[in-house]
Design a protein around this ligand. Sequence first.
Ligand code: SF4
Length: 449
Amino acid sequence: MNVTTLPKPPRVGLVSLGCPKALVDSERIMTKLRADGYDMSPDYAGADVVLVNTCGFLDSAKEESLEAIGEAIAENGRVVVTGCMGREAEVIRTRFPEVLAVTGPQQYEEVVAAVHEAAPPVPSPFIDLVPEAGLKLTPRHYSYLKISEGCNHRCAFCIIPHLRGDLVSRRPDAILREAEKLVAAGTKELLVISQDTSAYGVDIRHQPRMWKGEEVRAHMTDLARELGKLGHGSGNVWVRLHYVYPYPHVNDLIPLMADGLVLPYLDIPFQHASPAVLKRMRRPANDAKVLQRIRDWRLAVPELAIRSSFVVGFPGETDEDFAYLLDWLKEAQLDRVGAFKFEAVEGAPATSMDDQVPEEVKQQRYDSVMALSARISAEKLARKVGSAIDVLIDTVDDQTRGATGRSKADAPEIDGEVHLRNAAGVAPGDIVRVLVEDSDEHDLFGVPD
Ligand code: SF4
């Protein structure tokens, strides 16, 4: 049996100087880097690269910034400079020619690109929350928002608790402040990510914080509601929830979807359906009534799109377990399904379990799940032909006057797309009403309505 050894995530050290605004910038940059799989280093020695967010408001602040850059170079050597003093790149480069990159205030994309270059992210399907393609710079019209680190569960195939430790939730006011900045900077879609979004706040006992004069609990429902409200007044903002486990309180999200505050979209990593396999996987929220709950959710929000991922060939998975999974998938009619063949990862308990499944059996099971889910997806998409849907534009092609975007049912990189013809005049970030003319297994085709 092959055992995959995980690469170590790169570590970033941060020196943040200056005003509260600069601190928010630092927070935002770090959120993007955390979402990209970086670890934070509390000291110079452990960092692969050090980011110095400078202040250039007064001469004394400039001098302090230069000193901080000098210290980071002396202690670590690999330094990226950003922030207000980045406007005076020449002064910095003259004094510290070894600085790797200098970017100015609010140049989030540039500073993240500089860190990516200095210490490239190590994509790993075992630890990443953001799809590999999302590691390249996400365009400003959508942003990943990481609300917590770590996880309290101990799923047998997973290495995250070992690498990242137990759940540590961010304060709701800090998340909301960051989301507000993202929206002000042009974000039209917030993708909420964490290892277990439904567990958000459990570690801090859902402690409330003041936000715009009201208390907001560190709880998924409160957070989702407040994120949804950010769009009201500044145009439409889509809030998409990833990695939601079907705990009972997920029912409370459904009214928020019905009210248009969060997208009618749930990304629930079921991983399997057979109770025996789920038990061996030690999965949370392993509830026999899940199918009934999916039916209830769809009754309340008929346009709800459910995405999930499944592992086939987990140690001990029998033909009966797999047949159970296929039957369950036929019944659940999920909108989007990703499948993975079980892979043994160094340090995960399942790696040393008995009854490992042969590779050729894993492959057959994988092919069956993919074929079934492609058929279900094609049938569901065909039913949308003739209807009008909202599409968030991702890219445009001036030559063909075409555009590509996503409906509310499609997360970037992992779900399908909507391809538009006759789309002259639309721009990335626009939300356009589209008449659906055709469909295939994963995508829709249409024209602005
Ligand atoms: S819920 Fe399970 S699979 Fe997800 S991060 Fe936690 S331990 Fe890993």
